[in-house]
Design a binder for this molecule. Structure first.
Ligand SMILES: N[C@@H](CCC(=O)N[C@@H](CS)C(=O)NCC(=O)O)C(=O)O
Length: 230
């Protein structure tokens, strides 16, 4: 008989990092208890489980805490080792998926740096952002999907899909909050159709927060920041 296992996820509903952990658990079909955190008043458990960064997500498996979304994805894949696998079995391909996931994360950080501080990305940041996006469009396709855009009719989304979606899945939020479209089918046909295919996967759809609510909370965070700044 399989040993009973306890899986708890501490999160905040609008967080793209928490979304990664939720997607991985949903895709793997792992039952978990979700604990919503108030980030302005974090629970003792989060502070205790993630004393270094004091951030969510934190996954707690049989009492053992794991922090940092990318590390949580790898932990889930290694611990629940039955298919679907989040990372490819082939080591070279696995390295490539990790490389591009880290690259997308860096690109996402250019925007999220300014997310809470009420500012807009600077011109230089925007230049860097578009350069990185152009590179992702061209090279991820050439290196990993030269046969066409990923399809999720049979295959389940994995590690790289999850990181991509946590960044680009909320495209309408970026559009409303920052006032520009960051993936359009004209400029980024590959990234746009990949993101769209992911958004239609039931496990992904179920975990995705409402854009309207995310936009509301971002505006509230921006207002709060500007008020505190005076
Ligand atoms: N590198 C972390 C980032 C997590 C993160 O930034 N979480 C935010 C929510 S989106 C948080 O907990 N913020 C609380 C704080 O900064 O005090 C990861 O990948 O898990």
């Amino acid at each position: 008989m399989e040993e009973e296992s306890s899986v708890k996820l501490h999160g905040m509903w609008a967080s793209p990092y928490v979304l990664r952990a939720k997607l991985a658990l949903n895709i793997k079909g792992i039952d978990f208890e979700y604990i919503e955190e108030d980030l302005a008043n974090k629970s003792e458990l989060v502070l205790q489980h993630n004393p270094v960064h004091k951030k969510v997500p934190v996954l707690v498996h049989n009492g053992l805490p794991i922090a940092e979304s990318m590390i949580i994805l790898e932990y889930i894949d290694e611990t629940w080792s039955d298919p679907p696998h989040l990372l490819p079995k082939d080591p070279y391909l696995r390295a490539k998926h990790r490389f591009w996931a880290a690259y997308l994360q860096e690109t996402m950080m250019i925007l999220s740096k300014t997310m809470t501080n009420g500012g807009k990305p600077t011109e230089d940041e925007m230049k860097e952002y578009w350069k990185k996006m152009d590179m992702a469009e061209e090279l991820i396709k050439a290196e990993l999907f030269s046969n066409g855009c990923p399809s999720f009719q049979e295959a389940k989304p994995g590690y790289l899909d999850i990181v991509l979606y946590s960044f680009l899945g909320t495209y309408d939020v970026v559009e409303e909050f920052y006032g520009f479209k960051h993936i359009t089918a004209e400029r980024y046909p590959f990234l746009a159709s990949w993101t769209k295919a992911l958004s239609e996967v039931p496990q992904v759809k179920d975990a995705t927060p409402s854009s309207v609510k995310v936009i509301e909370i971002l505006h509230a965070m921006r207002k709060n920041y500007l008020q505190l700044k005076g």
